[in-house]
Design a protein around this ligand. Structure first.
Ligand code: SF4
Length: 583
């Protein structure tokens, strides 16, 4: 009976599709649903939510998708900031996070407003927050890797929002009361009895004066594991004495354990969703959705225009390793196989090479191996096709890092991501020949051996530009554009801090660095021609690296330990949640 009641009330996965593509999300028994609907549709009194109750009401599929994407962007912002090496929850970290939210007008910005004038806007933002969280639960409950990623990002986001709300005057007390988060303060008498122990055992309380006005909460130590691990609280008889300044840790622990349990429950109920193809299509591979710039057609006046005579120099200065490798192969073999032509051609298009220049560029190389007729018949069509001048006439987008990383590479292929597809010895030789400093080479190889290909690429960018790149690398054209900005003096090198020791898992890596092609999946012409016999042998002619590579010591930080701790804790909690569901 307990099990039935539990699942009926908590399972958030009964979804009814109404005509005209309207989606209605219903949860629990009819009576429970009715009560909840009244409750939810009344209002969202707090900027923060624990997401204990699923949303109800009508939502179009388009809105469903948009909300999910928006939240994914928010979570990726949090993740990117953590990978950039900023100390989590530090002032800088918070400022950058909220700057990003405000710049992109994400719902978080409006949801935390406390002005009564814009009540509708605030309510709408809070609803977006609520619904999007539950949509992502459906997408991220499917495997342990996904659950872990989701819990880490959501918990970091919640903690940041709690801290932000505490400082901007939001009603935190009301939030705690309405979510039944009651932490009982210890009595004055107990404070007095334990005074010396509390001073000795509490972080940042070094004297009796600092005890004045402080409230302490006595909680089972399992609810304050993070503080215990960092030896920040006094422990006695299995209880931790937590000062009010660390209340956020207690609330966050509660948020994390609720979410962990909810994801396990959602996972169990997932088969009920599978009947609806529209939803499964939306949620399938959601973690690999590309949320960055598509780098499709260059807009006129955006400042980047390249010509064939600039390409060789740019490839040594500003191209990522994958494109530099393709250019080197083209220069030596005067041919690229289909995958290479496609990858490189689209990259050059997005980098600002016009169609006429592209035809000239490819012709100048290929004519060293074939006559004009053959080139025109077998290759020129594909080049025009890429520019949307033939066939479907679609402006194809260049490949993102994830797409390139996930590509399978055959013998003789020059495309692919060198950090993923090249042998490590060969990669090391290439980096050394590009005059990348030895320390950076070692760091890159270490990152590659941990499968952090895009972080390795970021490190390569930093080493060759003597600057830090906060945004990470998720697209070859982004690598190029960031490089051009620095080399043309449009932006000053960032001197931010960088974490060398990045602990991520596969889903973290893929999501942070984006994804599969979002919209126009590049279905290229099927007119693939017989491959030339002179297929690409890897170029070993390394050109001199014009950008003086030097070691930019961006600092070595930060909360690596806590990241490990968080991940381990998540694993344990996810495991426990799944087991308790199985029991
Ligand atoms: Fe190219 Fe991306 Fe690999 Fe860098 S990480 S080499 S940009 S595919």
């Amino acid at each position: 009976i307990w099990r039935q009641t539990f699942i009926l009330q908590e399972s958030p996965v009964l979804l009814y599709i109404q005509p005209k593509l309207k989606l209605r999300m219903e949860f629990g028994s009819r009576r429970v649903r009715k009560n909840r609907r009244i409750e939810i549709e009344t209002s969202y009194p707090n900027a923060l939510q624990l997401y204990t109750t699923p949303p109800s009401g009508n939502i179009s599929l388009q809105e469903f998708d948009e909300m999910a994407i928006e939240r994914l962007k928010v979570l990726r912002t949090v993740e990117r900031l953590n990978l950039s090496g900023q100390i989590k929850n530090s002032e800088d970290w918070m400022n950058k996070l909220y700057e990003d939210f405000s710049k992109h007008k994400y719902f978080i910005h409006s949801a935390e407003k406390i002005s009564d004038n814009k009540r509708d806007e605030v309510e709408a933002a809070r609803r977006r927050d609520h619904v999007s969280h539950f949509v992502l639960r459906l997408a991220y409950c499917r495997s342990e890797e996904l659950r872990r990623w989701f819990i880490v990002q959501e918990t970091d986001l919640f903690r940041a929002r709690f801290l932000h709300c505490s400082t901007n005057g939001s009603d935190i007390k009301n939030f705690l009361v309405s979510n039944n988060l009651h932490f009982t303060p210890i009595s004055k008498e107990e404070v007095h009895n334990q005074r010396d122990n509390l001073i000795a055992g509490t972080y940042k309380i070094n004297s009796g004066d600092m005890m004045e006005g402080r409230t302490f909460f006595k909680v089972p130590f399992t609810e304050a594991l993070e503080l215990v691990r960092q030896r920040k609280v006094y422990l006695s008889g299995g209880y931790a004495y937590v000062p009010d300044t660390d209340l956020v840790t207690l609330v966050t622990a509660s948020f994390r354990s609720n979410l962990s349990r909810a994801l396990a429950i959602t996972n169990k109920a997932l088969p009920q969703l599978e009947d609806d193809e529209r939803l499964t299509r939306l949620l399938h591979d959601f973690d690999k959705r590309y949320t960055g710039n598509s780098y499709s057609q260059k807009k006129s006046g955006d400042g980047l225009h390249i010509t064939p005579d600039m390409i060789d120099e740019l490839s040594t200065k500003s191209f990522p390793l994958c494109m530099r490798q393709l250019n080197d192969t083209l220069r030596t073999a005067h041919h690229l196989r289909y995958g290479g032509r496609l990858t490189y051609g689209l990259f050059l298009k997005a980098a600002g090479l016009s169609l006429e220049d592209a035809l000239y560029f490819w012709r100048s190389h290929f004519l060293k191996n074939m006559d004009v007729d053959k080139f025109e018949k077998q290759y020129a069509y594909n080049i025009r096709y890429n520019y949307g001048k033939e066939g479907k006439r679609v402006d194809f987008t260049p490949y993102s890092c994830l797409k390139i990383i996930m590509t399978s590479i055959g013998p003789g292929d020059a495309h692919g991501c060198p950090f993923k597809h090249n042998d490590q010895t060969m990669l090391r030789q290439r980096l050394v020949s590009f005059k990348v400093p030895q320390q950076a080479v070692n760091e890159i190889i270490e990152l590659v051996s941990m499968s952090h290909y895009q972080v390795a690429c970021q490190r390569y960018w930093e080493a060759t530009h003597n600057a830090c790149l906060d945004a990470g690398i998720n697209h070859p054209n982004q690598f190029f554009e960031e490089s051009q900005k620095i080399l043309n003096g449009q932006t000053q090198p960032s001197q931010g801090k960088r974490t060398m020791h990045v602990k991520t898992n596969r889903s973290v890596m893929y999501s942070s660095q984006s994804s599969t092609q979002s919209t126009q999946e590049t279905t290229q012409s099927t007119q693939e021609t017989t491959q030339s016999t002179q297929e690409s042998t890897q170029s070993t002619q390394d050109s001199t690296q014009p950008t003086q590579a030097s070691t930019q010591d961006c600092g070595n930080t930060s909360d690596y330990d806590s990241m490990i701790f968080d991940d381990d804790l998540d694993s344990v909690m996810i495991g426990q949640s799944m087991e308790s569901e199985d029991a």
